[in-house]
Design a protein around this ligand. Structure first.
Ligand SMILES: CCCCCCCC/C=C/C=C/CC(=O)SCCNC(=O)CCNC(=O)[C@H](O)C(C)(C)COP(=O)(O)OP(=O)(O)OC[C@H]1O[C@@H](n2cnc3c(N)ncnc32)[C@H](O)[C@@H]1OP(=O)(O)O
Length: 273
């Protein structure tokens, strides 16, 4: 049970918020759990909530680290909500994309130590969130992670690509993005997409153990180093946010892209029958 006793502080109402934040003020570690069953797909509301939660944690001087996780068993996040991109309006698409940009800028640019506890599938936008953390621990077994956009007939935006480049290097990114590759945890470990693979029950304890190492480093020195490593990629988006949002809305509105998304949604539904 979360948030029931001191020193925990909740930023969201348990069982209500789609982004649940439990702040342990004794350790300075916040746990942020995505909570949008069935698959934590990221719609406008969730992305807005996530962006606000990240902003609040960054401003909270008692907070030194954040664990990004899921409240939904078997899923980290299924990525962007495809229904936000299918038969939507240009205005909604722009608002949706701005919320994604802001949440990502908050996460990738966070001063906190950020760790992803990947206890389930993590395609596309889910993989972006995980890659944007400082460290990733993934559950072994049937779960998959990767940027699969091309399989939907869409293209990973330049900043998704930049984050992947910074994580696994040019050659692996080129293959991963063209093929829309999805990796098992062991495959992801072998290319450096995740840092550690452990049995499901050990993901959280492993994250907590790793956090101890990171929190031994003085914050100021670590933050200056992190900022220096990530600034170029962050600035590339910051300098063209509106152009990027407009480009997304135009691209997603194309007939050919809408046909591909429609076919992909149908294939997801067909898998179940
Ligand atoms: C030239 C440069 C141009 C650049 C311009 C920009 C281009 C645009 C960029 C867009 C970038 C997008 C990034 C994304 O994140 S796209 C989303 C990609 N996500 C996926 O492909 C995941 C699809 N889902 C799955 O593979 C599975 O659902 C899985 C996550 C493995 C979980 O499987 P399972 O547990 O078996 O659950 P179900 O498949 O039964 O799903 C349950 C219901 O949820 C619906 N669902 C699943 N994923 C999504 C999603 N991402 N969005 C919305 N809805 C989703 C699924 O259809 C089921 O619905 P229902 O119960 O009604 O049938």
């Amino acid at each position: 049970q979360v948030c029931t006793q001191v020193p925990y502080r909740c930023y969201s109402t348990p069982g209500v918020g789609q982004v649940q934040v439990d702040m342990n003020s004794e350790t300075g570690v916040a746990t942020v759990r995505l909570n949008r069953p069935p698959v934590n797909s990221l719609n406008l509301d969730v992305l807005t909530e996530l962006g606000i939660a990240l902003e609040k944690l960054d401003a909270d001087r008692t907070c030194r680290a954040m664990v990004l996780a899921s409240a939904v068993p078997g899923i980290f996040s299924a990525g962007l909500d495809i229904l936000e991109m299918y038969q939507s309006t240009p205005e909604r698409c722009v608002a949706f994309w701005r919320a994604l940009q802001d949440a990502w800028l908050g996460l990738y640019g966070s001063r906190l130590v950020t760790m992803a506890a990947i206890e389930g599938h993590s395609p596309a936008g889910g993989c972006l969130l995980a890659m944007s953390c400082d460290y990733r621990v993934m559950a072994d077994g049937k779960f998959q992670i990767g940027l699969n956009e091309t399989r939907l007939g869409i293209v990973a935006p330049f900043w998704f690509e930049d984050v992947m480049l910074n994580t696994i290097g040019h050659r692996e990114t080129e293959k991963a993005l063209q093929l829309g590759a999805m990796y098992s945890a062991q495959q992801a470990l072998s290319i450096g997409l995740v840092d550690k693979v452990v049995p499901l029950a050990e993901v959280m304890p492993t994250v907590q153990g790793e956090l101890k190492n990171w929190l031994q480093i003085p914050d100021a020195a670590r933050v200056i180093t992190k900022t220096s490593m990530r600034k170029q990629v962050l600035d590339r988006l910051r300098s063209q946010k509106e152009k990027d949002a407009q480009f997304f809305a135009d691209f997603i509105g194309r007939d050919s892209v809408q046909r591909s998304l429609g076919a992909y949604i149908a294939s997801l539904q067909k898998r179940k029958s």
